[in-house]
Design a protein around this ligand. Sequence first.
Ligand code: NAD
Ligand code: TDX
Length: 332
Amino acid sequence: MSKLLVTGGAGFIGSNFVHHIVDHTDHHVTVLDKLTYAGNRASLAGLPDDRVEFVRGDITDAPLVDELFARADAVVHYAAESHNDNSLNDPRPFLDTNIIGTYTLLEAARKYDRRLHHISTDEVYGDLELDDPARFTESTPYNPSSPYSSTKAGSDLLVRAWVRSFGVRATISNCSNNYGPYQHVEKFIPRQITNVLRGVRPKLYGSGENVRDWIHADDHSSAVLTILEKGRIGETYLIGADGEKDNKTVVELILSLMGQDRDAYDHVTDRAGHDLRYAIDSSKLRDELGWVPQFQDFTSGLAATIDWYRANEPWWAPAKDGVEAFYATKGQ
Ligand code: NAD
Ligand code: TDX
């Protein structure tokens, strides 16, 4: 049995990973989470107290981070400011958490010689043309577009430097767009589902031709556990499940799964600097480490996600009005 420290474990993907660890291993988990607007303790409800400990705190708090590293065997780092639209509005928290926070963890990993896995995004590679046959690989040059993705790119480069210069035992994964239960209503899929549940028309940025490569959060968690157990130190692994879809197709699918007309949505102001297409080639992870995604059918995964939001309004309703008021100020 190992002791894992999971940063950002009250967020969408971090909480999914904590559930995954409890269900599939005998590890003990300590969650370190600041509970920003994006963190929610209810996402960890029902987990056994003898397996999961919750610590509210900031990853930039070096004394607290030191104390938690000292008693962990390995650390999985999810904590981040994660929303592109927020980063366009106020980049500062992205620099603090994504850059200084990751730096703080790296210094602790170095001091206590702890294994660290850093969670990152495919957005560090910038975007692809719609008709480009290429997909991102581990050797694609970094070319981030937004304040969010540039701070994630910066955090990845810090990890690589701490591996090379100080021998920190770290790995990195860059994953494509996640969907599933417990995702904040600011994000594309939950925003549209909860709009329909409230009788509001979904909002599509610009033309809606932008492509995202969707993966279920459960598959992201199984991939991270695989890398933690079998990944080679210093390596980067791309995580993706061959789920390319344009945004228009996703909105139309949500509407039809929810019994609405497929064209009952609005085109709204486009995102500044909106990346056109992301696409992941995850061959390295599959071939070297034997990982296979379980969710092969996006439509049934999306239908189950819609059912979850329908059944869990108390989880998402408190955030909904504030999110929509923010988007309204931007014509979105
Ligand atoms: P999220 O916004 O849902 O959760 C982030 C969590 O981090 C929250 O619980 C928040 O309270 C916590 N946090 C924020 N700042 C903190 C700080 N300074 N100290 C401690 N905790 C802090 O994000 P998510 O969608 O779950 O993303 C998690 C990670 O996965 C991020 O690193 C993100 O870049 C990466 N990622 C996300 C996606 C996606 O589709 N959502 C895809 C690829 C990679
Ligand atoms: O209301 C909307 N309408 C819309 O058309 C919203 C909120 C989004 N969009 C578009 C923008 C994107 O093309 O949908 C797509 C997905 O948007 P987001 O959910 O904001 O995700 P994205 O910007 O692609 O980034 C996500 O995937 C990579 C996560 O938020 C990041 O944390 C992760 O790194």
